[in-house]
Design a protein around this ligand. Structure first.
Ligand SMILES: [Zn+2]
Length: 273
């Protein structure tokens, strides 16, 4: 099963042939529209990424070559113009067949410890693994089931970039030419506005509340925290820039400077349906 990918492997990279590359990347709309140069660099990044990381499946799931390239390619889109050193310092990618329910102890304000089990599509640990539900990875590739702007791989790997300077708090290390004040202003204004819109939607009765939440430019989960707002905005930046840019232009601009990419221009080339 793993022979295909490992053939031609060196210590620093594994070879991904064209058939495997096409099969693993074609289903994702946001992966279309790259120039030949960008696509060649993305593929080379993936070849190094797969050599550097350790993929492991749980509950009997065998992480196939295609699955590895699917995950690697989406993760590497984020660092296409940053370099793979942004993913240094950790090694493991754990893939569950579907959503998982880790047991967690939460201490409330009264000091009472609660054991929680919430279903999760993905997790990123500071200095540790990225954990993904493959069912959720595949969900965003399927035309019939995909929810535009929902991408668990982009989400968790955006947290990994954010964690380059500590907790996932929505403030990743910025490039020298960027302004920390401009970043903070763009994100805090958008976050406050978004949380107010989610609160307003939640106050509506039943079906109208859901309709109002569905009409938001981002997944309501973005209102959880500044860290989640950055991760969800990153999903939208790459998957649905046509929704993010008009809703929160300053956030789009900061993400364009951070990722050094302009997905809105990419989809406007006409290469993408
Ligand atoms: Zn998250």
């Amino acid at each position: 099963m793993f022979g295909w990918l490992k053939r031609g492997a060196t210590r620093d990279r594994v070879a991904i042939d064209t058939a495997l590359w096409s099969r693993a990347t074609a289903p994702w709309p946001f992966m279309r529209g790259f120039t030949p140069d960008e696509e060649a660099r993305l593929r080379a990044l993936c070849e190094r990424f797969i050599a550097a990381k350790q993929f492991s499946g749980t509950h009997g799931l065998a992480v196939t070559d295609v699955m590895q390239v699917e995950i690697a390619a989406q993760a590497c889109v984020l660092v296409l113009e940053l370099g793979d050193a942004w993913y240094d310092g950790w090694r493991e990618i754990i893939v569950y067949p579907s959503q998982f329910m880790p047991e967690r102890e939460i201490v409330d304000e009264a000091g009472v410890v609660h054991l929680t089990r919430d279903a999760m599509a993905g997790e990123a640990w500071l200095g540790g693994p990225v954990i993904l539900s493959y069912e959720d990875v595949a969900l965003s590739a399927d035309e019939a089931t995909r929810v535009a702007g929902y991408n668990v791989v982009i989400h968790e790997f955006a947290h990994k970039l954010d964690m380059r300077n500590g907790d996932a708090n929505g403030s990743p290390p910025l490039h020298a030419a960027m302004s920390a004040a401009a970043w903070k202003r763009a994100f805090s204004e958008a976050y406050d506005d978004f949380c107010a819109r989610v609160d307003a939607a939640d106050r509506l009765p039943g079906a109208r509340a859901q309709a109002a939440l569905d009409a938001l430019p981002l997944d309501p989960y973005a209102s959880e925290s500044a860290g989640e707002f950055f991760a969800v905005s990153s999903e939208a930046f790459f998957e649905t820039p046509e929704l993010l840019a008009p809703a929160y232009p300053a956030v789009y601009e900061q993400l364009r400077l951070f990722y050094r990419q302009d997905p809105l221009a990419r989809i406007n080339t006409g290469d993408r349906p």
